[in-house]
Design a protein around this ligand. Structure first.
Ligand code: ADP
Ligand code: MG
Length: 676
């Protein structure tokens, strides 16, 4: 039975049982549902040169060409060497500490070796491979699973007990109705579990993992729907209808249609008395801040407090400036609370927040601390939410049932992924940029472009445009050959003695960062060499050139965010992506400036798990499967669970018992996260 302890398997004694338990494996079922993290495809045979071009071990078919020679090295280590060859190439075969290997290899006979071909001097070499005679099929001819392991649990042991467990279970019963499987083209649970461990082909492994991800995603999606309906069951201040005209008069521009629509959706939520939990998604520069400011204005006119939280101090300060400019003249009292605010000042702010003197508090996660108490908070705005960690997100969540929450994100992603990551939120899309924006001319170049780069910087400076340069590293580091902001800013100071070059990175003190940013914003600094601290939200309309060094190190969506720092004013802006090799994926950046398209390309290249970064989102963190799931399976699972919830919102029907049980188990497992 799946619920039996793994101790029933032959070879699993007390010590092994404990080691397995530390991996989260207590029962036979746990073991069988612990899926391999990868596979070794040993079904294909490669030539020596072909194998050399691959960064992982493969099977190589070659003939032993010389008699193996054994020698003893200092420290009593054995080394055995001989030459092997195939139709095209030769290689040196080397074994360390395999004293009998010379007797196992016969000159003139053909073998299959499993290993990685490297190069030493001018010769290929193959060190300590596994091997067998051609056609034997013990180490080759199949696909072998690779598991996450722990001390005391070797790969062979793991493979062995999984095989034993599969032998023991005659048939793993399916909980998914068979018509559902048929509809979505999924295999049975029994065959999925069997072939996820020991697939016959890569195609098999894919089908198996799709089926298992489908299970998890269905449960996950149903859990999100429940959380969402719980949120809606709460109550939050019901706002009275206001006129937005005084607010609009303070703006120097007219709102775009998409901004108007989004504001209407937000106001609709806030008029309803049901807690708003809304995500505003809009490409870089689409004007999300003003939308948030409108929501704050509504809350303010209704006599409630609001808070706005940003992921970095720079951004919090910028929001503070922006909101103050619009809302202070309208009578709102606004304060800033960040990590570097002095203790005395913090005390004062906390006091006046509690007494209700402050209408709007803007800050970083410093304002999530428990002793920051509001008198009557009704609105909670979170900017660039994807940058917050899990723990912080859970803190936002606590407020989700009693106040209105507005989340803003600049990473435009397909609807299906929205469901996974923000499944508990309603979504408004700002799919229109303010008028008059020019396309940012983008060039992906290699390092041979360096000299011309300087000429380009000079040209921008002559026209009084400012320049951002982003480096992957803050300070010089001997262990890395990446360019640091420190080194590059020194170089630029020499190249441009008449220009003001400044450096910005996360390790500086908050006050220093602020001063540097202020100087860039005012136009005093011409060139800002920085790390990705400027990635999110920073708004300096006079900046016309963005240069990213070692661009190959960044994801496409991240590059798009960086590029969005320029082109915020009326002038033509440029983005130059410098990489040491011409990386084809960077060419996508030249072609499109549509964040949505870029995200989709990024997703294709990296897959959903990597794209979002497990830790950052935290949502699907309970499972490896969700993170490696392909888009198609994600779509199927959400489609299925949506239909199911529609017909049985509380999962009370007997035929849905399997799901409701799993949903409760999952919700216990992930705590009350993300919201609720
Ligand atoms: P993001 O969506 O990236 O947060 P911001 O809110 O920082 O964008 O807005 C980018 C710039 O566009 C700001 O300078 C802002 O004042 C300006 N802006 C916003 N909405 C409009 C609009 N409707 N027309 C013209 N400019 C706008
Ligand atoms: Mg922004």
């Amino acid at each position: 039975m799946l619920s039996d302890s793994v101790g029933v398997l032959k070879g699993v004694g007390e010590v092994k049982r404990k080691a397995l338990s530390s991996m989260g494996i207590d029962t036979v079922g746990d073991l069988l549902f612990t899926v391999p993290r990868a596979y070794e495809d040993r079904t294909k045979l490669f030539g020596i040169a072909e194998a050399f071009s691959l960064p992982y071990p493969v099977c190589i078919k070659a003939t032993v060409g010389t008699r193996p020679k054994k020698a003893i090295l200092p420290g009593r280590r054995h080394v055995t060497k001989c030459r092997i060859f195939d139709d095209w190439d030769g290689a040196e075969l080397i074994f360390f500490n395999r004293p009998y290997v010379d007797r196992q290899l016969e000159m003139g006979k053909e073998y299959v070796f499993f290993g990685r071909v490297t190069v030493f001097g001018s010769s290929y070499q193959l060190v300590n491979p596994e091997f067998e005679a051609v056609g034997k099929g013990k180490i080759s001819g199949k696909i072998l699973p690779v598991y996450h392991l722990t001390e005391g649990i070797s790969r062979n042991f793991m493979t062995d007990i999984v095989a034993k467990a599969l032998d023991r279970e005659n048939f793993i019963e399916d909980f998914m109705p068979s018509d559902v499987l048929k509809h979505y083209g999924l295999i049975s649970l029994d065959s999925a579990v069997r072939s996820v461990h020991f697939p016959q082909s890569a195609e098999d492994a894919k089908k198996a993992s799709a089926r298992l991800s489908f299970n998890e995603l269905t449960v996950y999606s149903a859990a999100l729907s429940q959380i969402k309906s719980n949120l809606k069951a709460g109550s939050a201040p019901k706002m009275k209808v206001i006129s937005l005209n005084p607010f609009l008069e303070k703006l120097s521009f007219a709102l775009t249609g998409a901004q108007k629509r989004t504001i209407n959706e937000i106001f609709g939520d806030m008029y309803s008395g049901i807690p708003m939990n809304r995500l505003v998604q809009g490409d870089v520069g689409s004007g999300k801040t003003v939308v948030a400011a409108a929501a704050v204005y509504l809350s303010f006119l209704n006599g409630y407090q609001s808070s706005v939280i940003a992921p970095t101090e720079l951004l919090a300060i910028q929001h503070f400036g922006y909101m103050s400019k619009i809302l202070s003249p309208l009578g709102a009292k606004i304060e800033l609370l960040v990590g570097s605010t002095t203790k005395k000042e913090k005390e004062r702010i906390k006091q006046s927040l509690k007494s209700g003197e402050i209408d709007v508090l803007i800050g970083t996660h410093a304002l999530l601390q428990d002793d920051v108490e509001f008198k009557n908070a009704a609105l909670f705005v979170v900017d660039e939410q994807h940058r917050f960690g899990v723990a912080q997100r859970e803190k936002f969540g606590k407020r989700g049932t009693e106040s209105h929450t507005l989340v803003m994100s600049a990473t435009p992603i397909p609807r299906t992924l929205n469901l996974i990551i923000y499944g508990e939120l309603d979504v408004s899309l700002i799919d229109e940029l303010p008028p008059g924006r020019q396309k940012i001319e983008t060039y992906a170049v290699d390092e041979s472009y360096d000299q011309r780069l300087f000429a380009f910087i000079r040209k921008q400076a002559d026209q009084k445009g400012q320049v951002y340069i982003v480096c992957p590293l803050a300070l010089e580091n001997e262990e890395s050959d990446l360019l640091s902001a420190e080194a590059y800013s020194e170089k630029l100071k020499k190249v441009f003695p008449d220009l003001k070059v400044a450096m910005l990175h996360g390790k500086l003190k908050a006050a220093e960062k602020q001063a540097i940013m202020a100087s860039f914003k005012s136009g005093e600094t011409d060139i800002l060499v920085s790390t990705t601290v400027i990635e999110v939200g920073v708004d300096v309309p006079n900046a016309t050139l963005m240069i990213v060094r070692n661009a190959e190190r960044f994801g496409l969506s991240q590059l798009h965010q960086l590029r969005g720092r320029v082109g915020r004013g009326p002038r033509q802006s440029y983005c130059i992506l410098v990489s040491h090799s011409k990386t084809p994926r960077l060419k996508i950046m030249e072609k499109t400036d549509n964040g949505f398209e870029i995200a989709q390309e990024d997703l294709k290249i990296r897959g959903p798990g990597d794209f979002f970064g497990l830790a950052q989102h935290g949502l699907p963190r309970y499972s490896g499967i969700v993170n490696t799931a392909d888009m198609e399976t994600i779509k199927k699972a959400f489609d299925f669970s949506e239909k199911l919830i529609k017909s049985d919102p509380k999962l009370e029907k007997a035929e849905n018992l399997w799901l409701s049980q799993r949903v409760s188990a999952l919700r216990t497992k992930i705590g009350s996260a993300p919201l609720n």
